[in-house]
Design a protein around this ligand. Structure first.
Ligand code: ADP
Ligand code: MG
Length: 351
């Protein structure tokens, strides 16, 4: 499914972040990417979703050569990938429900799909009674669970979690691991990076270890124990029965196509819309959004200026990069980000 071929990444000033790595990930795998801080984990991930290009080497995702993709195909690639981060990146003004709904709207899903699916996603991550909570009302672990639900909202084939437990206490970290593991068991390929290399053993998954940008270990069963730190010991000692009870999905088909879940499905499922239709919708949506210049949109002069300076020319550019990226642009405040989000939502809903 994913292949890195002799990939290296150098940054200015002769920093070698990644040094000639070659490996592949099969569909359905759960891969822990471990290594101390600065070993290159985030760079490996950023190269895969084309936030960066390698200095040399090639990366393939399914049939596409990621390192060679044109802009519109980068959007297609990112549509197949859900990403979560250490700092959650939720939109502060939106509730748990709205954060997820927004990701679906931006991908062109209709109201019916959203109303059906958001509660289901929140249930998977054990937050069925927190629909209306804003991020500031949630604990770190809960915020990360919303982020996972959001990342899964558009049925990605691959879920990437970059140090998702980095800001969490051991109990919450364990919950997150359980949820990612469960999602993987339904068929989604999962890559999770962590510098807490030891607790990965609890899951007996493949472990790829980086040091100074090189792969120094690729262990199919994750069976190694070395210098256990306090955090890891606590996790290892934890009785796994205590782990968060992740509710069984109502709709097995929502998360993955074709792959049967290992667990029983409780409720009958409404038929999921075919992906082909969604593909068409999205193409159409983007084509239309391309015709709307930033300058025509009712943004303040300041917002227009910032977006244009950042290289955004049309509404399609904004949609392609996603609100997560937009919210990282320096100089935009929360209400301006929300306004941009609102414009996309309105556009999608009125098409
Ligand atoms: P990790 O995620 O394992 O902590 P990173 O992939 O973030 O490691 O970083 C690997 C190396 O590359 C580090 O030495 C880091 O300082 C360097 N690096 C990462 N991003 C950049 C960048 N944008 N510019 C310069 N150096 C970078
Ligand atoms: Mg990192």
């Amino acid at each position: 499914m994913i292949q890195y071929l002799n990939v290296s990444k150098k940054y200015d000033g002769d920093i070698i972040a990644i040094d000639d790595i070659t490996f592949q990930i099969d569909e359905g795998e759960f891969l822990f990417l471990v290594g101390s801080s600065g070993s290159g984990k985030t760079t490996v991930i950023r190269l895969l979703i084309r936030e960066e290009k390698p200095t040399s080497g090639k990366i393939y995702f399914e049939d596409a050569e990621v390192t060679n993709l044109k802009r519109k195909h980068i959007y297609n690639l990112r549509r197949k990938v859900g990403v979560i981060f250490q700092d959650f990146k939720l939109i502060p003004e939106l509730t748990a429900y709205e954060n997820i709904a927004f990701a679906m709207e931006a991908a062109g899903r209709n109201d019916k799909e959203i109303q059906d699916k958001v509660p289901y996603l929140l249930e998977i991550v054990g937050l069925e009674n927190r629909f209306k909570s804003f991020p500031y009302q949630l604990s770190g672990g809960e915020k990360q669970r919303v982020a996972i639900a959001r990342a899964m909202a558009n049925n990605p084939k691959l879920l990437i979690a970059d140090e998702p437990t980095g800001n969490l206490d051991p109990d919450s970290a364990w919950d997150i691991l359980q949820i990612l593991s469960k999602i993987n068991s339904w068929g989604t390929t999962v890559i999770m990076s962590t510098h807490e290399s030891d607790f990965v053993n609890t899951l007996h998954k493949r472990v790829l270890k980086l040091e100074n940008g090189k792969i120094i270990r690729d262990d199919k069963k994750g069976n190694y124990f070395e210098d256990l730190d306090e955090f890891s010991i606590k996790i290892l000692q934890k009785d796994s029965d205590e782990a968060v009870k992740v509710e069984v999905p109502l709709e097995k088909e929502v998360l993955v196509d074709k792959v049967e879940p290992e667990i029983e499905v409780k409720k009958p499922t409404p038929k999921k819309k075919k992906d082909k239709k969604n593909d068409l919708d999205e193409k159409e949506l983007l084509a239309k959004a391309k015709k709307i210049d930033i300058s025509e949109i009712k943004f303040s002069a300041k917002v227009k200026k910032i977006l244009l300076t950042e290289g955004y020319e049309t509404l399609a550019d904004i949609m392609e990069s996603g609100i997560g990226k937009i919210s990282e642009i320096k100089g935009l405040n929360d209400s301006e980000i929300k306004r941009i989000a609102k414009v996309i939502t309105t556009f999608v809903n009125n098409l």
